[in-house]
Design a protein around this ligand. Structure first.
Ligand code: CP
Ligand code: NVA
Length: 331
C-alpha cells in the first residue's frame, strides 16, 4: 500500500471510503500476522514522537506497541515535561520535531493544534484525540464491528448514546457517513452537534448513501441496532462542575439491559471506546457515587461485564489499526 504514504490523519473527513477500507483491511492483515507469528517489520529505523497533553492508556500503548512490533522507536512527551504550548508555540515545536522524527502522534485539546503540527512539521501527524475528533478510535471500532456481525459495514446499523456532540460521536458519525453506514445518535437535543456540523455530516452521508440521524428518544434511537455504543458523559478537559447537569440530562441514555433489549435484536453487542464508568472502582466513580448515589454512569456494570460487551476487542484493535496507519503512511 503506497497511496497513503506521507499522509496525516487529523480526521476521517479527508479520507475517501476506499482509503478507510484499505486501512481496515491492512489492520486485519497485521492482526492475523501478529497472531500467526509471521509479522514483517516494515518500519525499522523510523522514529515517532508521541505528544500527549491529556492522559491515555490505549492510544499511547497502541502507538508504542505497534511501533515496536514494526521496528520503529518512539519518544513519549506527556502533559508536562516538554515546552509545547507553554514556552514554545505549536508552530515552532512542529518545525523542531519535523527535523528529528519521521512522524508525530498528537493528543491534545484544540484540533487547530493538530493541524498546525501537520502544516509545519513536514511529517505525517496522527490525531490521537482532540476535543473534536478521535479518528484512530473509529478505525479500531470499524475494524471490530465486522468481527462480531456477519454483515458488510454499509449494512451495519449502530446507535451512539449519550453526549451526542463529543469527539467520539462526531468521529463515529463522520466515519459512518464516509462508509455509507446507518447510525443514530441518541441524545437530548441540547447535546446534538451544532447545525453546521450536522450539515457537513449530512453532506458526506448524501455522497455515500449513509443514514445518520439524531434522536432524542433513547428507545427509538436503539431500535434494530447491531451495536450500541457509548462514551463518558464528561470528556477530558471539561469542567468537573458539569457532572451534575450531565448526569441529570444523560441518565435516560445509560446503556443498561433494558436498553439493550429495546433494540429488539438479541445479537446486539455493546461497544465503548473506554475508559468507562461502569462501577465505583475508580476515584472518579467512587466520588460520583458519594455525591449522586449512582454506581454507574453511561453503562451499567451488568452490560459492561456481559457476553454482549466487546469493549476489550475494541481496545486490542486500537493497536492493530494504529499499526496499519503507521505502516500505510510510513512503510
Ligand atoms: N479510547 C482511548 O482513546 O483510550 P485512552 O484514553 O486510554 O487512550
Ligand atoms: N470523549 C472521551 C473519549 C476518551 C477516549 C474524552 O475525550 O475524554
Amino acid at each position: 500500500m503506497t497511496h497513503l504514504r506521507g499522509r496525516s490523519i487529523l480526521s476521517l473527513e479527508t479520507f475517501s471510503r476506499s482509503e478507510i477500507l484499505d486501512l481496515l483491511k491492512l489492520g486485519a492483515e497485521l492482526k492475523a500476522a501478529k497472531r500467526g507469528g509471521f509479522e514483517v517489520a516494515r518500519l525499522t529505523g523510523k522514529t515517532i514522537a508521541l505528544i500527549f497533553e491529556k492522559d491515555s492508556t490505549r492510544t499511547r500503548s497502541g502507538f508504542e506497541v505497534a511501533a515496536y512490533d514494526q521496528g520503529a522507536h518512539v519518544t513519549y512527551m506527556g502533559p508536562s515535561g516538554s515546552h509545547i504550548g507553554h514556552k514554545e508555540s505549536v508552530k515552532d515545536t512542529a518545525r523542531v520535531l519535523g527535523r528529528m522524527f519521521d512522524a508525530i502522534e498528537f493528543r491534545g485539546f484544540a484540533q487547530k493544534d493538530a493541524e498546525t503540527l501537520a502544516q509545519y512539521s513536514g511529517v505525517p501527524v496522527y490525531n490521537g484525540l482532540t476535543d473534536n475528533a478521535h479518528p484512530t478510535q473509529v478505525l479500531a471500532d470499524f475494524m471490530t464491528m465486522p468481527e462480531f456481525c456477519n454483515k458488510p459495514l454499509p449494512e451495519i446499523q449502530f446507535a451512539f448514546l449519550g453526549d451526542g456532540g463529543n469527539n467520539m460521536a462526531l468521529s463515529l458519525a463522520m466515519g459512518a457517513a464516509k462508509l455509507g453506514m446507518k447510525m443514530r445518535i441518541g441524545a437530548p437535543d441540547a447535546f446534538w452537534p451544532a447545525p453546521d456540523v450536522i450539515a457537513r455530516i449530512d453532506e458526506v452521508a448524501a455522497g455515500s448513501g449513509a443514514q445518520i440521524s439524531f434522536e432524542a428518544d433513547p428507545q427509538k434511537a436503539v431500535a434494530g441496532a447491531d451495536f450500541l455504543y457509548t462514551d463518558v458523559w464528561l470528556s477530558m478537559g471539561e469542567d468537573e462542575h458539569l457532572w451534575a447537569d450531565r448526569i441529570r440530562a444523560l441518565m435516560p441514555y445509560q446503556i443498561n439491559m433494558g436498553l439493550m433489549e429495546a433494540t429488539g435484536n438479541p445479537a446486539t453487542k455493546f461497544m465503548h471506546c473506554l475508559p468507562a464508568f461502569h462501577n465505583t472502582e475508580t476515584s472518579v466513580g467512587n466520588d460520583i457515587e458519594k455525591r449522586f448515589g449512582i454506581s454507574a454512569m453511561e453503562v451499567t456494570d451488568e452490560v459492561f461485564e456481559s457476553e454482549r460487551s466487546i469493549v476489550f476487542d475494541q481496545a486490542e484493535n486500537r493497536m492493530h489499526s494504529i499499526k496499519a496507519i503507521l505502516v500505510a503512511t510510513l512503510g
